[in-house]
Design a protein. Structure first.
Length: 251
């Protein structure tokens, strides 16, 4: 199985390569820009599988396929969960949100190996995907959540939630009045339900509401610490892999 990675952030590409190596998947090539990728595809046999970052330093990676007819299977890698990637899985194998989780990666690789699509059967409509990226779908996001409190059901307005977080296999909503409510959902399920303009997943453990950030402080290892208005139970740290996207989100 011939596998390549197209990713403009070299540390992220190397990390993905290491994770794949742990799964006994050897990466033959790492490419880092649209221009470099076009030149490589024009002069090399195309791989069986591509791990494709959507946003490269010199443009959207789909520009590669405006020039080159690629029939490889694709697993998208991206931080842009707000673009509702579920809507354009089409014939691609899967997508992975950054920072890439090793269990999600293993699941995607396993799915590819089980399907083993023939190259002539792979036909991803990159134009449709590009349209979705340039003009994201207008979506309705959840405005309310419910939590069981004793024999009662508590209605929680999304704009009153300072953060969502996971703890001991449970998912909680921390509200502006300092309360924490156990929800019947997971952080993964919340990805499709929260407005990306308001909520950002700063780590595997936390989604934060931009309207309730009180302070942002430089932290060790190029990370950031977030202080919310009321939530004091735990430190909220932006993982190093998400700092760049977090700063863009703030703007």
């Amino acid at each position: 199985m011939k596998v390549i990675i197209i990713e403009d952030e070299k540390p992220a590409a190397r990390r993905l390569g290491r994770l794949l190596s742990d799964l006994n998947v050897a990466v033959s090539t790492m490419l880092h820009s649209v221009e470099e990728s076009i030149e490589w595809f024009q002069n090399n046999e195309h791989p069986d599988l591509i791990f494709l970052d959507i946003q490269l330093s010199d443009g959207l990676s789909f520009e590669i396929f405006d020039v080159v007819d690629v029939k490889s299977a694709i697993i998208f890698t991206t931080a842009y969960d707000e673009y509702a990637l579920q809507a354009f899985k089409l014939n691609s194998i899967d997508y992975l949100l950054k920072p890439i989780d090793d269990e999600e990666l293993e699941k995607a690789v396993k799915q590819y190996k089980e399907l083993k699509p023939e190259k002539e059967q792979i036909a991803v409509d990159f134009e449709d995907i590009k349209k979705l990226l340039i003009n994201p779908l207008e979506r309705e996001f959840k405005k309310r959540f419910t939590a069981k409190v004793g024999q009662h059901i508590k209605i929680i307005n999304a704009d009153e939630v300072e953060c969502f977080y996971s703890e001991n296999k449970g998912t909680y909503a921390a509200t502006i009045d300092g309360r924490n409510y156990l929800l019947d959902t997971t952080l993964e399920n919340l990805e499709d339900e929260l407005s990306p303009k308001i909520f950002f997943r700063v780590s595997r453990k936390f989604y934060v509401n931009i309207n309730h950030i009180n302070d942002i402080i430089s932290y060790t290892n190029s990370r950031l610490q977030i202080k919310l208005n009321s939530f004091k139970e735990q430190e909220i740290i932006v993982s190093r892999e998400r700092v760049k996207d977090f700063k863009l989100w703030l703007e």
